[in-house]
Write a protein that binds this ligand. Structure first.
Ligand code: CO
Ligand code: CO
Ligand code: CO
Length: 319
């Protein structure tokens, strides 16, 4: 978006200036629209499952802003000469299942011929204008909660190489098809100051954006960071997506990782996630209680992984 001039409008509450998860446009004193679009290439073979993952991923940006999904539209790039149309039907069925689970309505969509299959959704949600949660309002002293374990990029890479055990792969899939709606529901009640979902830039990439936007630094405690079963082992065996190394190269200048973190595991912190969890900054007084609430709701992997500190030499330290 860099080459485009910034949009300015009295009703535009969140635009392109902060690289936030979604745009927000106020339509009344009580209501603002949250709008986002996201599409991906297949990361699993099963078309229904791919549809579910792509839709869960697209809906996530609305949840990351504190919004509630209202409507969605399909976006499809399809190689119709090489793939039977029944496959597309399954993908769309998977996506629709997640749109419905989110309580939203599918309004339509658009398909173009494409050499490579792509699927995703544009999603519109609503949020009260006073309850928008951006990625730039973390405060010093806040604690940081992550709601899903890391490692889906690594495990998907192992799966593509037919090296992933079924049990391990299933763990990654279960995580990718879990909507972030349940985790985001009570954010306002617990005074969450800032939130973003962890996707292509990995935990440390998205955390860097949040720390920088807030003008502060983050300190993470490595042993508390949830990691999917199998991800450590696969990373140690080199089954790491190229994007993880790109992220590491791009972000590592402003990150300090303790030598206590095993060498082979550092890359997990940069692993690009599809449909990853929410990273939230909230007052430390509410942290433990919010974590308990998340676990009661079945978000068992949620963990309090760090804290927000005064701006340091490094945007992020991992201890
Ligand atoms: Co996002
Ligand atoms: Co997105
Ligand atoms: Co059309």
């Amino acid at each position: 978006m860099r080459p485009l001039p910034l949009e300015r409008h009295p009703h535009l509450l969140v635009g392109t200036e902060t690289a936030d998860d979604a745009g927000v446009y106020q339509i009344s004193d009580q209501m603002a629209l949250v709008q986002t679009v996201d599409f991906i290439t297949p990361i699993v073979d099963d078309p229904f499952l791919f549809g579910q993952i792509a839709a869960t991923n697209a809906l996530s940006d609305v949840y990351a802003m504190g919004g509630k999904p209202l409507t969605a539209m399909n976006i499809v790039g399809y190689p119709r000469r090489s793939l039977d149309i029944s496959i597309l039907t399954e993908i769309l069925r998977g996506g629709l299942a997640k749109v419905h689970e989110a309580g939203a309505v599918l309004l339509g969509g658009h398909t173009v011929e494409d050499a490579e299959l792509k699927y995703g959704l544009s999603v519109t949600g609503t949020v009260h204008p006073q309850k928008i949660i951006t990625n730039r309002r973390a405060r010093e002293g806040d604690v940081l909660i992550l709601t899903k374990p890391l490692g889906v990029g690594i495990i998907s890479t192992a799966n593509k190489a037919q090296m992933a055990e079924d049990r391990i792969f299933q763990g990654a899939v279960d995580s990718m098809v879990r909507l972030n709606g349940t985790a985001s529901q009570d954010m306002a009640e617990y005074g969450v100051h800032a939130c973003t979902d962890i996707t292509g830039f990995g935990l440390l990439g998205h955390a860097s954006g949040m720390a920088k936007g807030s003008g502060l630094s983050f300190r993470f405690f490595y042993p508390r960071i949830p990691i999917l079963a199998g991800a450590r082992e696969y990373a140690a065996r080199g089954m790491v997506p190229g994007g993880a190394y790109c992220n590491e190269e791009f972000f590592s200048r402003e990150i300090s990782i303790s030598p206590k973190v095993p060498e082979s595991e550092r890359i997990i912190l940069f692993d690009p996630q599809t449909s990853g969890g929410l990273l939230m900054a909230l007052p430390s007084s509410a942290g433990e209680e919010f974590l308990r609430r998340l676990k009661e709701k079945g978000i068992s992997e949620a963990s309090l992984i760090g804290e927000v500190i005064r701006k340091q030499k490094y945007l992020i330290t991992v201890e």
